[in-house]
Design a protein. Structure first.
Ligand code: T3D
Length: 265
């Protein structure tokens, strides 16, 4: 993995790559440099077979504070961007790269995750948060609609009613509340955060990577499918999983009463 990005730290430990958004002085608000770096690194991690799990997190006291409002306002003043939807396409590329990644992606959220940073966390497959995390769909505060996939992910994760509440009121949702409503998978005290994220990431990196990719496809297409279509896809994906080395070895390990070792193949 390339490590010389601006505004992004890249660290690989075995099969786990951790991508740390690194503009702590503005709570990791997205400028174009950081957005392009994160997108490039996510796309590279998808291609790199030595990577079997990706963690996205933020440097300092926050996950991220959304779009950098200083650069947004400068772009408006100079007419650098004709329509904001053009600029949003850059975020859409990142969201799709995360969702289409053929391996698990974890958002590790410490402190605030506001605006589009919150929605980048929602695009990930699993979320771990600290007790002092603050999830804010901040868009309505500045009279915008949730973007970066927020309007898609929120109702699917927490239901229409809660999605509407978070989007319209734009109030903070704490880490424990986020866990209670299903916005995050796990909320832990700050002192346990790193160990929890590392253990989860290493566990996934040592798991059946190809089966995880097929699970992502099955679960993520289910919301748009009827039962018949989902059962058809399930069969196709299972044909695929059935042929993997990890599947054959895991069954053999079960029969021999030993722990399986997954190679990701
Ligand atoms: O371009 C497009 O495609 C449009 C897309 C838009 C997508 C979006 O994300 S819209 C939403 C943008 N984000 C926000 O509206 C959130 C703005 N920030 C805040 O409301 C607060 O900072 C927080 C609730 C996130 C955190 O509050 P707090 O009290 O913990 O920290 P703070 O003191 O407000 O912030 C610390 C510093 O970060 C501060 O700088 P300073 O005063 O120390 O020099 C603050 O200005 C800076 N900062 C925080 N958020 C942003 C930011 N600077 C630029 N852009 C930010 N988004």
């Amino acid at each position: 993995m390339r490590t010389d990005y601006q505004n992004l730290l890249v660290k690989q430990d075995g099969g786990v790559v951790t991508l740390t958004m690194n503009r702590p002085e503005v709570l990791n608000a997205f400028n174009d440099t950081m957005l392009e770096a994160l997108t490039g690194a996510v796309e590279e991690a998808a291609r790199d077979e030595s990577v079997r799990c990706v963690v996205i997190t933020g440097a300092g006291r926050a996950f991220g504070s959304g779009q950098d409002l200083k650069s947004l306002s400068a772009a408006r003043e100079t007419h650098a961007v004709a329509r904001v939807s053009e600029h949003l396409q850059k975020y859409h590329r990142l969201v799709l790269a995360i969702r289409n990644m053929p391996k698990p992606v974890i958002a590790a959220v410490r402190g605030v995750a506001a605006g589009i940073s919150c929605n980048i966390a929602l695009a990930c497959d699993l979320r771990v948060a600290t007790e002092d995390a603050r999830f804010i769909e901040a868009f309505a505060r500045i009279a915008l609609v949730p973007d970066g996939g927020g309007g898609y992910f929120l109702p699917r994760l927490i239901g229409v009613g809660k999605a509407m509440e978070m989007s319209m009121l734009a109030d903070e949702v704490s880490g424990p509340e986020a866990e209670r409503i299903g916005l995050v998978n796990k909320c832990v005290p700050a002192a346990e955060f790193e160990a929890t994220v590392n253990a989860l990431a290493q566990r996934l990196a040592n798991g059946p990577t190809r089966a995880y990719a097929l699970i992502k496809e099955l679960i993520y297409t289910s919301a748009e499918s009827d039962l018949q279509t989902s059962l058809q896809l399930e069969g196709e994906l299972q044909d695929n999983a059935f042929e993997t080395e990890d599947h054959r070895n895991a069954v053999q390990a079960f029969l021999e009463k030993r722990k399986p070792e997954y190679k990701g193949r």
